[in-house]
Design a protein around this ligand. Structure first.
Ligand code: SF4
Ligand code: SF4
Length: 234
C-alpha cells in the first residue's frame, strides 16, 4: 500500500506538471541542511540560511522548474524602483497552486525562502551545477529556471543529480563576451546580467539589448553556447 508521503508527493507532482512545470522534485530539509550556506554575491544578498532557520518545522522542499523556451523569457522590466522578471511568473503561479493544495490538507507552507535554488535543483535531480554557474539539465540544458517552497509535510525525496554533464566542455567560458566565467564560477562584477541591473560596467552599452529605458533582454550568450537543450529552445 502506498504511504501517505508517497501519495501526497505524487499529487503535488501531478499538479505541478498539470499547471505548466517542466520539472518537479522533492528534497528533504535534512539533505539541504547538510550542505554549508552559500554567500549570494548577486546584488550582495548575503548568506543563505539553513531551512530550519527559516521554517523550524520544515520537513520537505518542493522544487519546480520551468523551461525558458525563448530568449524573450529572459526579459527584465523596471517597475518603480525594482526590476521584475515576467519569465518567472509561471513559477510563481505553480508554487501558489501547490501551496493551496498543501494548506487544504492542513500543512503549513513557506513560499519565498532565501535558499540556494541551484542547490535544491541539483538535490531534486534537475541537473548539475554547470561551468556557466547555471543548472544544466540533460533535456533543457541551461534553459531551466527553478523556485521552491518549504513545507512541514513529510514527502518522498527524489534522488540528487550526480553526473557532471559539462565534462571537458568549456564552450560557455569561451563564448562569454566579458570573461566573466571560469569553470563553475561566475564573476558577478563582470557578468552582464548583474551589471545591466546595477548599471556598473563600461561594457554595458556595447552589449545591452534594450527595448525601452526600463526594459531589456538579459545576456544569454553562455546559454546559447551550451550543447544541451538547443533543439528545444527558439
Ligand atoms: S550571462 Fe553573458 S556576461 Fe554573464 S556569464 Fe553568461 S555570457 Fe557572460
Ligand atoms: S557549455 Fe559546456 S561547459 Fe558550459 S554549461 Fe554547457 S556543457 Fe557545461
Amino acid at each position: 500500500m502506498e504511504t501517505i508521503e508517497k501519495q501526497l508527493s505524487s499529487e503535488i507532482k501531478e499538479i505541478a506538471l498539470k499547471y505548466g512545470a517542466s520539472l518537479v522534485g522533492i528534497v528533504s530539509t535534512t539533505a539541504y541542511n547538510a550542505h554549508p550556506t552559500i554567500n549570494v554575491k548577486w546584488d550582495n544578498l548575503g548568506s543563505t540560511k539553513k531551512i530550519t532557520d527559516i521554517m523550524p518545522n520544515s520537513k520537505s522542499i518542493v522544487v519546480v522548474g520551468y523551461h525558458f523556451w525563448d530568449d524573450m523569457l529572459d526579459i527584465a522590466i523596471k517597475k518603480d524602483d525594482e526590476w521584475i522578471y515576467p519569465g518567472y511568473f509561471p513559477l510563481t503561479t505553480i508554487k501558489h497552486i501547490i501551496k493551496s493544495h498543501l494548506e487544504t490538507k492542513g500543512y503549513t507552507v513557506y513560499d519565498d525562502p532565501f535558499i540556494s535554488l541551484k542547490r535544491v535543483a541539483q538535490l531534486a535531480g534537475f541537473g548539475n551545477y554547470g561551468k556557466n554557474a547555471l543548472i544544466i539539465n540533460p533535456i533543457y540544458g541551461p534553459w531551466i529556471r527553478q523556485d521552491a517552497i518549504l513545507t512541514d509535510a513529510k514527502l518522498a525525496p527524489d534522488k540528487p543529480f550526480t553526473e557532471d554533464l559539462c565534462e571537458n566542455c568549456e564552450r560557455c567560458i569561451k563564448a562569454c563576451p566579458v570573461d566573466a566565467l571560469s569553470p563553475y564560477k561566475i564573476d558577478y562584477n563582470k557578468c552582464l546580467v548583474g551589471v545591466q541591473l546595477l548599471n556598473t560596467n563600461k561594457d554595458l552599452e556595447r552589449y545591452k539589448r534594450s527595448f525601452t529605458k526600463n526594459s531589456h533582454l538579459m545576456c544569454v550568450v553562455c546559454q546559447k553556447a551550451c550543447p544541451y537543450g538547443r533543439e528545444k529552445h527558439n
